[in-house]
Write a protein that binds this ligand. Structure first.
Ligand SMILES: [Zn+2]
Length: 257
């Protein structure tokens, strides 16, 4: 069986003791991994890890980090050239993680907007798919995505059917993770049911959001199978068939070999 963890943070400190083992556990189970960049250094690490361990990488600046690269009016000069160089490297398949976060709002909104729009522009120029983070910011994110000519995935979907439809109408995919396995996520599972399976991606968002089967533990890419086990049931589908379709979806979106 093949599955893809389309959203991992393998550069996280949480993997400092056993990064290679965690990668091997996933690969031994037939799981491919796309690891995210969250700032310039993290994006560089993601690319080096991808090349060393035969993963895939996305390069980007997470909204939490936006204020380090923008004063709220313009983007620092070196950001686009540095990301552009990384984007040209082998095994780099997307611009991400990018987006807006009004829930924690670790960076001021104007800085988040400057960074988000600039990185969407970068993705558009290179025809690269985007990996989108949105939290309490869906209205602005959808408006900005509608104006940009990018395609990609809205990751960690935890909304209702109406939000799913708006995302689908933009041509985007939706990524689901451990949140969909939690006992209290009945309404989310109902919303997921409305998403055409051809537009669904599996992910972990590790080290965060371990699925119910590993509650309280650090999350890791191999646990994407536990996500798939629950979500395949939502579709009333066997795990094998679900894995095949969602893997094909990721391969199509990220143009994986
Ligand atoms: Zn993430």
């Amino acid at each position: 069986m093949r599955l893809i963890d389309t959203h991992a943070h393998l550069d996280s400190q949480s993997f400092s003791e056993d990064r290679e083992e965690a990668i091997q556990r996933a690969q031994a189970a037939g799981i491919q991994i796309i690891t995210m960049g969250t700032d310039l250094d993290s994006s560089g690490m993601a690319v080096r890890m991808a090349q060393k361990h035969k993963l895939y990488a996305a390069v980007g600046i997470h909204p939490h980090q936006a204020q380090r690269y923008s004063d709220g009016e313009k983007l620092d000069d070196d950001v686009i050239p540095r990301l552009e160089a990384l984007l040209g490297e082998k095994r780099v398949v997307a611009v991400g993680e990018i987006g807006l976060d009004y829930f924690k709002e670790f960076s001021p909104r104007d800085a988040q907007h400057v960074v988000f729009r600039a990185l969407l522009g970068l993705a558009q120029k290179h025809k690269a798919p985007v990996v989108i983070h949105t939290r309490n910011s869906e209205e602005d994110v959808l408006k900005i995505l509608a104006e940009s000519k990018t395609l990609g995935v809205v990751h960690s979907f935890a909304g209702d059917a109406a939000l799913a439809k708006k995302i689908l109408d933009l041509g985007f995919y939706l990524g689901v993770n451990g949140i969909a396995t939690f006992p209290k996520s009945g309404p989310l599972r109902e919303a997921i049911k409305t998403i055409p399976i051809k537009r669904l991606l599996t992910e972990t968002d590790c080290p965060f959001l371990a699925p119910i089967q590993h509650r309280g533990a650090r999350n890791e890419p191999s646990f994407v199978e536990d996500v798939a086990r629950v979500v395949s049931g939502v579709y009333g589908m066997g795990l094998e068939e679900f894995a095949k379709i969602t893997t094909e979806n990721a391969m199509r979106l990220f143009k994986l070999g």
